[in-house]
Design a protein around this ligand. Structure first.
Ligand code: SF4
Length: 480
């Protein structure tokens, strides 16, 4: 079967596979890595595959439709995320109106959780793929006339929507072809950017799933589950070697696992192999603030440049309510240890988590200053469908809107959509912006940045990100 994996066009460069699907202030654009993994899986099953990223390629809707019709796939696989869902549904309807005769299958967080609504609302969608969808695609391709035999699928039948239970998650991740070989074949590395990473960069997974239970976190609750599955160290190192030889321009590898540091012994083993094999490419990853100094030092030695860490809050009550499973003491010690090891930290904080008050926000800001990460991000908590946090907001009637078309503001960024007993959504937004400015435009931060980023490339990257942020704020101010 001819299968096209398509990242749909959209009016803004939104990364549908990111935890924050919005137009970022810094120009970040993720690889469509879920589609790329599924593409590799389908190729391994001997299907003829293609991967088009309409957003990265800057294709309009019309141009994308022409490309799809020209390649004429039997099966078109796309992703849908909540803020883009209406536009995605409209695109697929337009595609069919223009004569597309193949099957359309929509995957991703939104289609996973709200498949019934998606199928009822969007006639251009034939199937929804529920959860991890690599095997669902190949099962569907093998027998599209018998959807009831395919695990993790939803479809229309008459006026009803039918669905099957998800199958077990893929356990042996070594069965996937290297995702970077798919990038190399179909995508242009220069189209992608992670503002925290050096360009060109690639995003890879060393594992899927996260055993922790943070109530706001979407991917473990919708796509990859709580079961932590890891590639063998050999297989992962083999892909790093592949990157070094086949993608020699790559300057940084971002390990996009929900949390790379779940299994500390494995992290150290991977680091030992990176050192022994002189991989020699900088890398960064998502991490939890519970790493001991020994592991942090090893990561630094193995070329790790940056840890992206979800501190989330400076209030222990909030951390407990969101089930973060981390204490403030652990986070303090972690912050100290990363400084000792010379490892950079991007600290993520959320404003508006369960039980947030003005006082807990004050504590969060104080904690951010105290732990003084190299970069921080204060973001409003967004209750994505499928999360316990979303459920809580619905039950307590805290959502300002259930219209997903209003999730993105005219500037393409995610809006604040939760009112709290003590704070309105617009107050949350204003507080977030104020905290960002107070953090970055403070003398201690500027001095620290100058002192700790003496390399020209680091300084240039930080200045570029800072300028992008300031331009964005000015634009926002002038355009409401
Ligand atoms: S540890 Fe990170 S990835 Fe895992 S559930 Fe919490 S926020 Fe999500």
């Amino acid at each position: 079967m001819r299968i096209l994996f398509l990242n749909l066009p959209y009016r803004y460069p939104v990364s549908r596979s990111s935890r924050w699907p919005e137009k970022t202030k810094s120009g970040t654009l993720y690889y469509p890595y879920w589609l790329a993994y599924a593409c590799g899986w389908a190729r391994k099953a001997s299907h003829e595959v293609n991967l088009i990223d309409a957003i990265a390629a800057g294709l309009t809707g019309e141009e994308t439709i022409s490309r799809v019709l020209a390649w004429a796939p039997d099966l078109l696989v796309t992703e849908m995320c909540t803020p883009t869902s209406s536009a995605d549904g409209a695109f697929l309807a337009a595609l069919k109106e223009k004569g597309f005769r193949g099957i359309t299958a929509v995957a991703g967080t939104h289609a996973t959780v709200l498949f019934k609504e998606v199928l009822e609302r969007f006639p251009g969608v034939d199937f929804c793929l529920i959860g991890e969808y690599d095997r669902t695609v190949t099962d569907l391709a093998a027998d599209p006339a018998s959807p009831e035999r395919v695990a993790g699928l939803a479809w229309r039948q008459g006026s009803d929507v039918r669905s099957t239970e998800q199958g077990p998650p893929i356990r042996d991740l070594d069965d996937f072809p290297f995702v970077t070989s798919i990038y190399r074949e179909f995508l242009d590395l220069d189209d992608y950017c992670y503002s925290l990473a050096q360009k060109p960069m690639v995003q890879v997974l060393s594992a899927r799933g996260c055993p922790f239970r943070c109530n706001f976190c979407q991917y473990p609750q919708t796509m990859c589950g709580r079961t932590y599955r890891k590639r063998s160290v050999d297989n992962f190192i083999e892909e790093l070697r592949y990157i070094r030889t086949s993608l020699p321009r790559v300057r940084e590898i971002f390990i996009e696992d929900d949390t790379f540091t779940v299994d500390k012994a494995r992290v150290e083993e991977i680091c030992d192999r990176m050192i022994a094999e002189k991989i020699g490419i900088a890398w960064s990853c998502n991490a939890r603030a519970d790493l001991p100094l020994k592991t942090i030092k090893k990561m630094k030695e193995a070329g790790c440049r940056l840890l992206v860490v979800g501190y989330e809050s400076g209030d222990q009550g909030v951390l407990d309510r969101i089930r973060k499973g981390i204490t403030l003491e652990q986070s303090r010690e972690f912050a100290l240890n990363t400084k000792k090891a010379g490892l950079k930290v991007f600290g993520c904080f959320m404003i508006g988590l369960s039980g947030e008050t003005r006082e807990t926000i004050r504590r969060t800001f104080r904690f951010a200053r105290e732990t003084s990460a190299d970069m921080v991000f204060f973001q409003q908590a967004v209750p994505f469908p499928g999360t316990a946090f979303y459920q809580e907001c619905v039950e307590k009637n805290m959502l300002t809107t259930r219209d997903f078309d209003r999730w993105l503001k005219p500037d393409g960024t995610l809006d604040c959509i939760v009112d709290y007993p003590e704070m309105t959504a617009s107050e949350i937004c204003a507080t977030r912006d104020r905290l960002m400015s107070r953090y970055y435009f403070s003398l201690p931060f500027l001095l620290r940045t100058l002192a700790s980023n003496l390399s020209f490339s680091e300084l240039r990257r930080i200045v570029k990100a800072g300028v992008a942020y300031v331009v964005f704020r000015l634009f926002k101010r002038n355009n409401g």
